[in-house]
Design a protein around this ligand. Structure first.
Ligand code: SAM
Length: 247
């Protein structure tokens, strides 16, 4: 089969990718996660113009370039308002937003990420509280934000018992994402905005269905076509999607 034929169906970055292509991509995500897991010491990484520490068992912007684009774009969108960064990982998005003037709070389900984010926030002298837990359950007390963002695990997982590092790529039955969307209202300020870092590799129609269940729809705020890390000839599309109430 020629290269063009192999790419058929996923050369168009605006479309959700076919199931077979997604399955191959998920194998690649597993391979990259296994590579990340080989680091048993912290290491340095440059992303969004920031030199950061990456600790073992934490999602690494050195392996996945989406973090960098999300960090730059989210800082630009949020400006000086308040932001809840769910699943902060190394803290790269939170850090970029705080340096842009935002008042940021960060959370993650992975205890190693909490420690990692604290290291980076201290090194860059930003005051960002970090809490551990499942989506909004991490917050120690109810409060509201101008923006809530998550660079979410794009893949809808089938294994309820992923290890902490795999949780950066696989969200069992999209349960975390469901909570992110469906419980957002109580954590958003009156004019607050719910934004998601996602891609055409995520289950786009499933995400739209989760939003529709609570009377919301999606609109794309920013998009960027990017070559697949595993196949330079094909492209995917990174997106920042906003959830708004049906008019
Ligand atoms: C794709 S990584 C993004 C990390 C970081 N924000 C970045 O852009 O580099 C997804 C993050 O979400 C976290 N996560 C996964 N499931 C979660 C949940 N249910 N609640 C909170 N965080 C979760 C993972 O531990 C991981 O750090």
């Amino acid at each position: 089969m020629g290269e063009a034929a192999q790419n058929e169906g996923f050369g168009d970055p605006g479309q959700e990718v076919p199931t077979l292509v997604r399955a191959r991509w998920q194998s690649e995500v597993r391979r990259l996660i296994a590579l990340m897991a080989t680091h048993r010491e912290g290491y340095r990484c440059s992303s969004a113009g920031l030199d950061i520490s990456v600790q073992p068992d934490v999602f690494s912007p050195a392996y996945f370039t989406d973090s960098e684009w999300f960090a730059i774009e989210v800082a630009r969108i949020v400006q000086s308002r308040s932001l809840l960064d769910i699943g902060t990982g190394t803290g790269i998005v939170a850090l970029a937003a705080a340096r842009g003037g935002a008042n940021v709070t960060a959370t993650d389900i992975n205890p190693a990420a909490i420690e990692n984010a604290r290291i980076n926030f201290a090194e860059h002298a930003v005051d960002i509280p970090v809490f551990g837990g499942d989506v909004y359950g991490a917050l120690p007390e109810p409060r509201t934000f101008d923006f809530i963002f998550w660079n979410h695990p794009f893949n809808m997982g089938t294994n309820p018992e992923e290890d902490n590092l795999s949780l950066c790529g696989f969200d069992y039955e999209y349960r975390g994402l469901r909570q992110f969307i469906q419980e957002s209202r109580q954590y958003l300020a009156p004019e607050g905005r719910l934004i998601l870092g996602t891609s055409t590799f995520a289950e786009v129609s499933r995400i739209e269905a989760l939003a529709a269940e609570v009377g919301m729809e999606t609109r794309i705020l920013q998009r960027k076509q990017t070559p697949l890390q595993w196949r330079g000839a094909a492209v995917t599309e990174l997106r920042i999607v906003e959830f708004t109430a049906f008019r």
